[in-house]
Design a protein around this ligand. Sequence first.
Ligand SMILES: [Zn+2]
Length: 56
Amino acid sequence: MSTTKKEQVERKRAGKGSRTCFRCGTHQAIIRSYGLYMCRRCFRETAVKLGFRKYS
Ligand SMILES: [Zn+2]
């Protein structure tokens, strides 16, 4: 058993309204694009690994 009732409740709450970065847990500047739910800061770090590049 890896999933507890408490985890299910928290997951439900998170999906209802407040989005949080699954990587660091912040709720600021969450990026939902590409199916990602992470903050801007984590996105910049992860994007490089995923193959995203700056087009500027
Ligand atoms: Zn983050």
